[in-house]
Ligand binder design. Structure first.
Ligand code: ADP
Length: 366
């Protein structure tokens, strides 16, 4: 054993303290003992052991109380209770209050060893899980910082240089040069869109959304987006209408992230529509949710692509559309809807159009 682990034995019976000490010392543990609860708790604070063996039946403060104090002091300490024959019920009670295991008296050295060994394995597992969690968090944070500063910032600067050149501020730009710079700028914008979407996914976390949820109007969110994209839709000759709401439109949600969901869906309904097509949006109260559907008269999605449509980076390859979009919009929408405990579904027919339906919980549903 590289690291010497400490075991504190709290028992009023001297023979029990001595025999447990002997067995565990032989196995390489550091041992200290206490003959009552008060002394045990004092030693616990001074010595900070990894394991505590607690006799349930002691004069003065009882084992259960000691156990509670041990858990309060440090939940990572592994407490094992020692019980007499007649106290199986209290052993069960002790387990409920956080004891890791119990040892009924009398026990053999081997039984004691097995329980301590199991406790040790559990302690190692907890430590391992904790360090993995910390490592994962660090990687995620580093990843976000790296993407933001090392990738996005220089690209934004490059875009600004393109603007300066295209504006003729640093001299005349020949038509051929202009054409090439515009193409480069277009690709750069695509790359920035991808990075921004990617960052959105990395930043999304369960806690963030659950904390910010409140009762909000889906109609308000949809209207705001439709107002914003209307000029773009009109330019493409696409009519957008929001049909009268059926029932309530109040959901329990985070406004900002739901705006992103509907913005992605409505933008797609324009992007994958046909000239002079249309988009109709319905909001309907169902028994178990508020359902919002975005129906377009666009190019549709072939059956074989539908199962993958919400996967990250999945794009339906169609001629003439290569390089557009990031393939992340729908996966972001799905992740946000899932974090709201909602659902998102699609029905689509190639050449006819698609309908994306988002179901979100009503405020009273949680
Ligand atoms: P992106 O639009 O950036 O490619 P999305 O995740 O938003 O990524 O969409 C994934 C794919 O699903 C798109 O490449 C597109 O082919 C298809 N798609 C999404 N919305 C529609 C729609 N309303 N009509 C037809 N196809 C769609």
């Amino acid at each position: 054993m590289e690291e010497k682990l400490k075991v504190l034995i709290i028992d009023d019976e001297e023979s029990m303290r001595d025999s447990c000490s002997l067995i565990l010392k032989k196995d390489g543990y550091l041992i200290d003992t206490a003959e009552n609860g008060n002394e045990g708790l004092k030693k616990l604070e001074e010595w900070h052991p990894e394991f505590v063996l607690i006799d349930l039946k002691m004069p003065g403060i009882g084992g259960l109380e000691v156990l509670e104090k041990v858990k309060e002091f440090d939940p990572e300490i592994i407490p094992i209770v020692i019980t007499g024959y007649a106290t199986v019920e209290s052993a069960v009670e002790a387990m409920k209050r956080g004891a890791y295991d119990f040892l009924p008296k009398p026990f053999t050295p081997e039984e004691l060893r097995i329980i301590i060994k199991r406790g040790l394995e559990r302690r190692n597992l907890i430590k391992e899980a904790e360090s993995l969690r910390r490592e994962k968090k660090l990687i995620e944070e580093n990843f976000i910082t790296m993407v933001t500063h090392q990738l996005r910032s220089p690209l934004v600067t490059i875009g600004q240089y393109f603007e300066v050149i295209l504006g003729g501020i640093v001299g005349d730009v020949a038509p051929k040069q202009k054409e090439m710079i515009l193409k480069a700028k277009d690709r750069l914008e695509g790359l920035l869109e991808l990075i921004n979407d990617w960052l959105d996914i990395a930043r999304l976390s369960n806690g963030q959304i659950l904390e910010k949820r409140k009762s909000i109007s889906i109609n308000e969110i949809v209207e705001k987006i439709v107002d914003f994209i209307r000029p773009q839709a009109e330019e493409a000759g696409i009519a957008v209408e929001i049909l009268p709401i059926k029932g309530s439109d109040q959901v329990l949600g985070d406004k900002e992230s739901l705006e992103q969901v509907f913005s992605n869906l409505i933008n797609n309904a324009i992007k994958y529509n046909r000239p002079n097509g249309s988009i109709s949006i319905t909001i309907e109260e169902k028994n178990d949710c508020i359902a919002t559907s975005i129906r377009d008269t666009g190019i549709g999605i072939a059956k074989e692509h539908l199962p993958m449509i919400f996967d990250q980076f999945y794009q339906v390859s169609r001629t003439g559309q290569k390089g557009k979009g990031s393939g992340l919009g729908l996966s972001i929408a799905k992740k946000i809807v899932d974090l709201h405990n909602g659902s998102i579904d699609v029905e689509s027919k190639e050449g006819v159009g698609s309908t994306f339906t988002v179901c979100l919980p009503k405020p009273e549903q949680t």
